[in-house]
Design a protein around this ligand. Structure first.
Ligand SMILES: *[C@@H]1O[C@H](CO)[C@@H](O)[C@H](O)[C@H]1NC(C)=O
Ligand SMILES: *[C@@H]1O[C@H](CO)[C@@H](O)[C@H](O)[C@H]1NC(C)=O
Length: 416
């Protein structure tokens, strides 16, 4: 055997064995279907990349191949990969420069960030010459070579931790009721340009099957009091722009109030004719989500709230009928006692109720989150993420009981 053929054999064993879905995906009623009209249920994990370094977290802890293997082996078939508009509009930034700039942007020490960068290069040598966009490409491709699809999520405009009502990323600057606290970074035109840029780029990375237009849109005081006209107008423009740049991707749209409230589409459907057969809704639900208070101390009442504010879009035969992805939910992974499967009482009650709701409707989901730590968050270097499913070293489950707590959410139990 020549050295070349040996090499080819080794390479061949690393290449995709099966591509599990026939792409592109499309929708029919409340279902996501592949190109063969087989139902695809998205079972995703969030992986943050929207913060100051402009690249997906954790590459100083593990190689991309290790992480892609781990994700695929746990049974996730999709990653909700977050990015900022700052990244979308600066694809050629070198990773080394991005880490140095992240120090200034976050207020952390430059030496500490350069140290992280050097660790990241040790784990992932291609970073030495890569741009931040190359890193997104490598992540998406590594996932897809294992059959794991990517949902690209525009999380923020300004690369930073998210989300509250004063972080400047909450609501469009061109919309009614501008105030700097909520809108100073959310430049409408940049947002549209950034979405288009990412959509166009994704045409050369087949694993990107969906794009969400904006994470957790959240109106401040008066901003939502115009009949949500701005939401209809701007979400519509973005959906059309993404579809024009990349007609293959699903277009994922969240409601207002931080992706918890779609009630307004009951009476007036969003015009989705610009992305036919591609529309998907998203919702978020945490134990602390104010839209879903557990006032009566009963799971049944919370399930009614989930349905009334967002889950109703799964009712078939309505103008608003479309698939729904619960694109963020999660619990503290280090909060509780062993008897509680490692959860606090509040998280345990919340998760068992939400999992029951999701088992009932068999909808798509994405847990928050993969990352066991952040390069830097709120100025703290190597910030521990207690909600990360991975431990601080990114080597395995932080709470090994967590996957079983999702019960039948892992299974496909319904279909067209
Ligand atoms: C899709 O259908 C074609 C034709 O029947 C078949 O060859 C192919 O294997 C199918 N792909 C998947 C992913 O099911
Ligand atoms: C809102 O978020 C920003 C960005 O993470 C943070 O700097 C700020 O302190 C937060 N504000 C409040 C009131 O928590």
């Amino acid at each position: 055997m020549t050295i070349l053929s040996r090499l080819l054999l080794i390479l061949g064993s690393l290449l995709p064995l099966v591509q599990s879905q026939a792409l592109p995906l499309h929708t029919s009623s409340r279902w996501i279907l592949d190109a063969n009209n087989t139902r695809v249920k998205l079972r995703c994990i969030n992986w943050a990349g929207h913060m100051e370094t402009h690249v997906p977290e954790g590459l100083h802890k593990q190689s991309i191949d290790f992480l892609a293997d781990w994700i695929a082996q746990q049974g996730f078939n999709c990653v909700r990969l977050t990015y900022s508009i700052d990244h979308a509009l600066n694809p050629d930034l070198k990773v080394c420069d991005a880490f140095a700039a992240a120090a200034a942007a976050s207020g952390a020490s430059r030496d500490a960030l350069v140290g992280l960068y050097n660790q990241a290069v040790a784990k992932n040598p291609f970073l030495a010459t890569a741009t931040t966009r190359d890193v997104y490409g490598a992540v998406v491709d590594a996932l897809w070579s294992r059959g794991v699809m990517t949902l690209l999520d525009n999380h923020v405009s300004r690369a930073s931790w998210c989300c509250n009502l004063t972080d400047g990323n909450g609501w469009w600057d061109s919309a009614f009721g501008y105030n700097k606290w909520n809108s100073r970074f959310f430049h409408t035109q940049d947002w549209l340009s950034g979405l288009q840029a990412m959509a166009g780029w994704a045409t050369s990375h087949g694993g990107v099957v969906a794009m969400s237009l904006r994470n957790e849109m959240r109106e401040f005081l008066l901003q939502g009091l115009d009949g949500r006209q701005d939401w209809y107008d701007l979400v519509g423009r973005a959906g059309r722009a993404v579809h024009a740049a990349n007609p293959d991707v699903l277009v994922v749209v969240g409601g207002t109030q931080s992706s918890t409230d779609l009630t307004h589409v009951r009476g007036r459907m969003l015009d989705t004719s610009g992305w036919p057969g591609k529309h998907v809704w998203e919702m978020h639900a945490y134990s602390f989500t104010v839209t879903f208070p557990n006032l009566l101390g009963s799971c049944d009442s919370v399930k009614l709230e989930y349905g009334a504010f967002a889950g109703f879009v799964l009712e078939q035969g309505e103008a608003y009928t479309a698939p729904l992805i619960l694109s963020e939910f999660g619990v503290g992974m280090t909060g509780g006692s062993a008897g509680n499967q490692g959860l606090s009482d509040q998280d345990r009650n919340y998760l068992s109720c939400l999992a029951g709701y999701m088992e009932g409707n068999d909808a798509e989901w994405a847990v928050w989150a993969l990352q066991g730590s952040y390069y830097v968050r709120d100025g703290t270097v190597d910030y521990d993420e207690g909600w990360g499913v991975l431990d601080h070293d990114w080597s395995g489950w932080r709470n090994p009981e967590f996957p079983s707590m999702l019960g039948a959410m892992w299974k496909v139990t319904q279909g067209p």
